[in-house]
Ligand binder design. Structure first.
Ligand code: GLC
Ligand code: CA
Length: 561
């Protein structure tokens, strides 16, 4: 047995709150959330106990993908505010012990970034090689068969120069050529610019896709993800670039870095996050958010708790002392947590949301809370394709229709999985537009805001918000902090398809988490005896682990003797 211990880092017991600025809070009434609106809500986040905010992009952007298409990395989009607002946000957050983590979107820029405008202007442009330009095949078709996440093909022909450029996302998001050292230096300079302002770090957008093999081979695997992924995700190049980024930038600051990395295994997770490899702090893996759908083909699958437990346990165990986990149910690309994994009916919304929070917050890693999750916001119903805003929803709809899927079935899929669910404005109170804006919200609010809103949740000591606050306090507290953050993980009863039970143990302390994922009452027994109950989403105190009657969606944490 290894006696090696991970060095403690400040972000090990941090809790991150993610803000999607467009949908968070609008201070000036133009219907779009903004930085001053975020500043107004810092106390709300501080009282919840989160000590890091991950801010989705606020940079200048034509907003083809709501800011994930950046046209100037060192300017703030006017609809979000000014650089002075951004500096004030960093300072005001700091006063409350909160660090700001910004989104680093450097797999691609906007096609309206001056770098790309220069690059596309001629084959001899000094910036031609900053992006990925290739000649057509002899028949005029694309250089290879790669697909894009947002378009049928990953290549668009530029008539002016007769070459194709690569874009793994929309045609307005051309991929940067990381093989070019000038590109890398430009990115590193930009990172220093932000880090010198006192940022807490970066969330790195699709960072595992930056390494493109120089021979651009055809895809051969068509049944998983976007065609081409086996060539450009998690290859040796990305690790080399990240180590260089660490050496030239990150090692000079004490920051949290989290890579967004679809298609990763736990071995990849160790490569990225093992501290001795000097790459990044942690990654977002995608296995657990892929078990209830086949995203590429837009097909829904039933959520399987046994599979979920297997995935989470594998990540907990494989990275133990060898890397670091991030923990999340949702983000701006995923549907609402309680609607997807719990039950959003009036009867069970509150308990099931608390159950899901409990399961996640008792694991090892850094938890991420997506705005509105802490009050149990639900998916909104969209009646027609025209009501969606997201370019990905429109693309998936068209793909499904082309395959012969009916309008009703395509809408049903989007009503389960569209990214727009996460982007519906935050419900602050029961007033006009849920208190999000005094104007017309850019995306309509959910009708259920009179019941589900932050003002109600803060007032009600029994709310999801206060349950999350207590979970965060446990992680950051003296009594259980180390066992929650650093303890070993042991899954109980892997085949139990209704209840998730696991033990965390560290230096003689053991915590047993028991969560009923079903809407039924079930009876279970566990070995060991109760020292004390730590938290419970039902008002009762459990004293024995024998023949326990678990209520629908009940979740509790017990300190074992
Ligand atoms: C990431 C972002 C997503 C964005 C895409 C392209 O997946 O989370 O919102 O559309 O990258 O930047
Ligand atoms: Ca605004």
């Amino acid at each position: 047995m290894s006696t090696q211990q991970l060095d403690k880092r400040w972000w090990h017991n941090s809790v991150v709150y993610q803000i999607y600025p467009r949908s968070f809070n609008d201070a000036n009434g133009d219907g779009i959330g903004d930085i001053p609106g975020i500043i107004d809500k810092l106390d709300y986040i501080a009282e919840l106990g989160a000590n890091v905010i991950w801010l989705s992009p606020v940079y200048q952007s034509p907003m083809d993908d709501n800011g994930y298409d950046i046209s100037d990395y060192q300017k703030i989009a006017p609809e979000f505010g000014t650089m002075a607002d951004m500096d004030r946000l960093i300072a005001e957050a700091d006063k409350r012990g909160i660090k700001i983590v910004m989104d680093l979107v450097v797999n691609h820029t906007s096609d309206e970034h001056p770098w790309f405008i220069e690059s596309r202007s001629s084959k001899d442009s000094p910036k031609r090689d900053w992006y990925i330009w290739k000649d057509p095949k002899p028949d005029g078709s694309e250089p290879n068969n790669w697909e894009s996440f947002f378009k049928p093909k990953a290549w668009t022909l530029d008539e002016n120069t007769g070459q194709y450029y690569l874009h793994l996302f929309s045609n307005k998001q051309p991929d940067l050529n990381w093989a070019n050292p000038e590109v890398r230096e430009a990115v590193y300079d930009m990172m220093h610019f932000w880090l010198k302002k006192g940022l807490g770090g970066f969330r790195m957008d699709v960072i595992n896709m930056i390494g493109k093999p120089s021979d651009y081979p055809d895809a051969t695997i068509f049944d998983q993800g976007v065609a081409g992924w086996e060539h450009w995700s998690n290859n040796l190049l990305v690790h080399q670039y990240l180590r260089e980024m660490h050496d030239k930038v990150l090692k000079h600051y004490d920051v949290l870095t989290v890579g967004e990395t679809p298609f990763t295994t736990t071995l990849d997770g160790r490569y990225y996050s093992h501290p001795d490899r000097n790459e990044i702090s942690m990654i977002f893996q995608f296995e657990h958010v892929s078990i209830d759908r086949e995203e590429h083909n837009a097909v829904k699958k039933p959520f399987d708790l046994v599979q979920y437990k297997e995935i989470m346990t594998r990540w907990q165990e494989d990275l133990y002392q060898k890397g670091w986990n991030s923990l999340y149910w949702s983000n701006h690309d995923q549907p609402r947590t309680v609607s997807r994994y719990g039950c959003d009916s009036a009867k069970y919304r509150v308990v099931s949301a608390k159950m899901l929070g409990t399961v996640l917050h008792m694991m090892s890693g850094t938890p991420y809370i997506y705005q509105g999750e802490e009050i149990g916001m639900t998916n909104k119903h969209f009646d027609s394709i025209d009501e969606f805003n997201d370019l990905m929803a429109k693309f998936h709809y068209q793909k499904m229709r082309d395959r012969g899927v009916s309008d009703a079935d395509a809408l049903a899929f989007l009503n389960d999985f569209s990214r727009d669910h996460a982007r519906v404005p935050v419900q602050w109170n029961d007033q006009l537009n849920a208190g999000f804006t005094s104007g017309t919200p850019w995306l309509p609010v959910n009708d259920n805001y009179p019941e589900i809103n932050a003002a109600q949740a803060v007032k009600d000591d029994d709310s999801i918000y206060h349950h999350y606050r207590r979970l965060i306090a446990l992680r950051q507290g003296e009594q259980y902090g180390d066992v929650i953050v650093y303890g070993e993980h042991q899954l109980l009863d892997p085949q139990d398809s209704e209840v998730y039970a696991y033990i965390r143990s560290h230096k003689g302390k053991s915590l047993l988490t028991i969560a009923n994922f079903s809407g039924n009452s079930v009876v279970r027994s566990y070995s060991g005896s109760v020292k004390q109950q730590v938290i419970n989403n039902y008002p009762e105190t459990v004293e024995s682990l024998t023949e326990m009657a678990l209520k629908p969606y009940q979740a509790l944490v017990i300190e074992l003797e």
